[in-house]
Design a protein around this ligand. Structure first.
Ligand SMILES: C[S@@+](CC[C@H](N)C(=O)[O-])C[C@H]1O[C@@H](n2cnc3c(N)ncnc32)[C@H](O)[C@@H]1O
Ligand code: SF4
Length: 344
């Protein structure tokens, strides 16, 4: 189950997520609508819950806890909340843990104030240390830091120091994303800040070498973890599993049918209040598309794909073939989309 919280204090320059900075008056109404929508859906118990955004840590912790408690879960399920470092307090974490949260994802992005400024990101680097220390001390089962590389003017040393800081904080899981230019963002409108492919590749390799040396093994192109700390929720996406999204703009998938909710919180609240399905659109994938997408997602993971799903001719050092399975090599992960073109 995915729960979308579409509120942020400020919008970061690179971000195109469905989130608003001027709708704080809707917090409670919105959370109530998501709970009503969940009740109406009458779901079977979920293997994982991911509360994302937006900034879930912006809404009052007890209200978020009530929402999380409305999702039926299996014993041992993974329950993650995405948090902005500025919001994290010991009291907030205690309320989350009481509500069943067992994984925290912190939006760190960079530990360098100059890089945070170029990204148009608002939190203070010092606050990350405070927040991560609180998370580590809270007793939560696992936690992640999200990092972004490739901001304009970010030196290899600054990126090295960010990765090293995440490791020193002790994060068992690290997601590191190449800065992506999303249409309609302030970043898109400013070509001087657009990332350079070769710089991104160098920084990817630097991160991979550092993270692997510290026991955080790569298990999907942009994700590394200590053994046992892989995100179960993301693995479900990458294995083309079934999931249900609640809240505005949330996506769902069930056996080859995909659908998504209306985009704004107002329209979502209205639809639920009228007892209507908040669906905004959907599509059914034909068998060939479904198979191709499943293969593309799996190819990006450590599991890899069966050798007969791909034409290996000329892929040489981009893949590793072992025991009937094909995985991307480190170099192959830089060119994952190119390798995907060879899927049969
Ligand atoms: C919904 S946000 C995380 C939660 C919280 N709002 C935050 O930013 O701290 C999910 C993650 O996506 C990544 N992200 C968002 N936009 C991106 C972009 N344009 N390029 C690369 N990574 C991006 C960031 O690392 C971010 O932490
Ligand atoms: S990156 Fe996170 S905090 Fe920044 S605008 Fe996007 S959702 Fe909000």
């Amino acid at each position: 189950v995915y729960l979308h919280i579409p509120f942020c204090q400020r919008r970061c320059d690179y971000c195109a997520f469905a989130t608003w900075t001027d709708r704080h008056h809707l917090h409670q109404q919105y959370l109530d609508a998501v709970i009503a929508d969940l009740r109406r859906a009458d779901l079977p118990a979920a293997s994982s819950v991911f509360v994302g955004g937006g900034t879930p840590s912006m809404v009052p912790p007890r209200a978020l806890g009530k929402l999380i408690a409305a999702v039926p879960v299996m014993a041992g399920s993974e329950v993650t909340v995405e948090c902005n470092p500025d919001d994290i307090t010991a009291e907030m974490l205690a309320v989350y843990l009481d509500a069943g949260v067992n994984r925290i994802s912190i939006g760190v992005q960079s530990m360098d104030p100059a890089v945070l400024a170029v990204l148009g990101r608002w939190h203070l680097a010092d606050n990350v240390i405070r927040a991560a220390d609180l998370v580590a001390a809270s007793g939560v089962r696992s936690w992640n830091t999200d990092l972004i590389y490739g901001a304009a003017g970010e030196s290899p040393q600054q990126w090295h120091d960010t990765v090293q800081a995440a490791l020193q904080l002790g994060a068992p899981h690290v997601s590191a994303y190449a800065l992506t230019v999303e249409a309609g963002t302030p970043l898109a409108a400013d070509p001087h800040r657009h990332p350079d492919d070769d710089d991104l590749a160098d920084k990817y390799i630097l991160a991979d070498v550092m993270l692997e040396a510290a026991g955080r093994l790569n298990y999907e192109v942009s994700n590394w973890s200590l053994p046992g700390h892989e995100s179960r929720h993301n693995r479900l996406y990458w294995r083309s599993g079934n999931y249900r999204g609640f809240g505005c703009a949330a996506h769902s998938h069930q056996d080859g049918r995909r659908w998504w909710n209306v985009r704004t919180p107002e329209r979502y609240i209205d639809a639920v209040a009228r007892g209507e399905d908040p669906q905004g659109g959907g599509e059914t994938l034909d068998a060939a598309t479904r198979q191709r997408e499943a293969a593309q997602l799996l190819l990006r993971t450590r599991e890899g794909i069966p050798v007969d799903w791909i034409d290996l001719d000329g892929l040489d050092d981009l893949v590793v073939v072992a025991g009937g399975t094909v995985r991307l090599s480190r170099r192959g992960r830089l060119l994952a989309n190119e390798v995907s073109m060879r899927l049969r």
